[in-house]
Write a protein that binds this ligand. Sequence first.
Ligand SMILES: *Cc1c(COP(=O)(O)O)cnc(C)c1O
Length: 423
Amino acid sequence: MSAPPATRGPTRADAMARDAALGDLSRRDDFALPPGRLYFDGNSLGPPTRAALVRLETAAGQWRDDLIASWNTHDWIHLPQRVGAKIARLVGAADDEVVVCDSTSVNLFKVLATALVLRPGRRTILCQDDHFPSDNYIADGLAALVPDVEVVRFRCDQGRLEALDAALAAHPAAVVSLGHVGFRDGRLLDMAAVTELVHHHGALALWDLAHSAGALPVDLDACGVDLAVGCGYKFLNGGPGAPAFLYVARRHHDAAETPLPGWLGHADPFAFEPAYRPAAGAARFVCGTPPVLSLAALDAALDVFDGVDLERLRALSLSLGDLFLELAAARLARYGVECACPLDGAVRGAQVVLRHPDADAAIQAAIARGLVGDHRAPDLLRFGLTPLYLRHVDVWDAVEGLDAVFSNGEHRQERFRRRGIVP
Ligand SMILES: *Cc1c(COP(=O)(O)O)cnc(C)c1O
């Protein structure tokens, strides 16, 4: 049985016209993207900038030539704070509120524990039920260690405030752990409204910015957020396993205690004092020796945002998403492909998500054609969008590629069903 004909939808020339009309951010040439590849997976692993690749060599040369002196001469020692300050500007924070260290999961552990210290009368951690699994595993792990702490999961119910309001009324929580953009459905929560509601109930708001930092404007200070964490290797393009960041609002700095008081979060690490004394600000959350090579790459990668207006980046990103969904409805619905993210750009992050029972093989077949997206079990196809290097015409070519995958029946071919451990 052959599929019914496609409704046409915008043409490639239409897509190019949108590029011409909206302009771009002039950052495409800053990236070292392999030719012939359409990269829509920057939400899982951002591609390298040319500057980051050069910087990796520079950092390796510093190690080779200057050895241990580099901690001072190249100021390696302050990389967690210096890179944190660069990220602070992207997420609406002050320089001393953000620090770069460890992984997102480890940082989440630290700030969740901090929240329990900041709200001593409360013993509940409220978690979004459809949160990134690691975030909820970490909350469970912390609760298992700390007496009387319990984790309660609430149904986020498509970001409707009533569900959270009811959960908070039933469970007076110390902290609510939230994802700014859902990793599966790409739904963007209203940070200002949710944070206000959380505060109304006397709890602290902890946001995971893994899918929003670098992808859209974030305003932690203006929203009154208490704590946040986020990823260095997604939209910030810091490289595989890049260290993550954490944010602590300045009003909490004096009382914020880290559960992992390592020597490099000490006020004076090289005094080697017998007891821990916290460094000022978010810097106390640095635990051990910073991963200099990874931090150097992230440091250089962040320079691609210099001079980028995040409101404009957001507008372009939404336009890319709108075109993707418009084309998917016109050309892919006939194969049974559905939209699995909000159509309304106001509540959609920087990814589009489609649903099809053969999502896994369809993505593998698309990758074989040079179109890189990813698959989330059981039936989702995800495509990350950033106008730093993607244009409307790339979106058009991507949907053209998906159309070819389905019309050729590649999504049913056995050779595309095999995959590695990482989907
Ligand atoms: C990607 C992601 C993480 C990853 O955490 P790591 O510990 O850095 O591997 C955590 N939370 C969310 C919401 C994510 O999307």
